[in-house]
Design a protein around this ligand. Sequence first.
Ligand SMILES: [Zn+2]
Length: 214
Amino acid sequence: MSKYVIFLGAAGSGKGTQAQVLKTQLDLIHLSTGDLLRQAMKDKSDLGLKAQSFVDSGNLVPDDLIIELVKTQLLSSNALEHGFILDGFPRTLAQAEALDVMLSDLSISLSAVVLFDLTLEDTVDRIVGRRVCSHCQFVYHINSIGDSTDCSNCGSKDSLVHRPDDTKEKVMHRYDVFKSQTEPLINYYKHHLYTLDAAQSPNSITTELSANVF
Ligand SMILES: [Zn+2]
């Protein structure tokens, strides 16, 4: 039976990684609002152009645009047949309420809402220790690569960089924003909520999700 699942988690919680793995294993649709927005802006679709104007002026893309973007994808992809993971949506109560309407129009109901729970300390450690290849975007952690700056994924020399946004102060700020945004959603979804210890290894998390959620 198809599963309809929401992933909630701060940047660094590993939800994107799990979505990628499960998408392949279970042949699900992975709807990441970040990816959808980037694609729409690249394609210069009507929605993309509207979103671009908010991004250019440094503002958040408003709820109604995000909702429209997700709705278009839900209707046009095979999401209903295959099941889906929503990643980065809903982020606000207004988005959650709009999602309820969409699902009800489509006569489906949510299977689960998974909260990737990670302490502030672990989140800071993961993101501040992150090194990203400036050529292929592959992500490493200093715990496994030490001082090396060469990318074993694409073979580039001296290409691993510490992103300017990956500082302790910025991570702490993003974590606070995530917490305050997510608190109302946790309450809204309390009957569907599955809280996952996101400090586990990626393999353990995949096993747990396959056994209990999918
Ligand atoms: Zn690389």
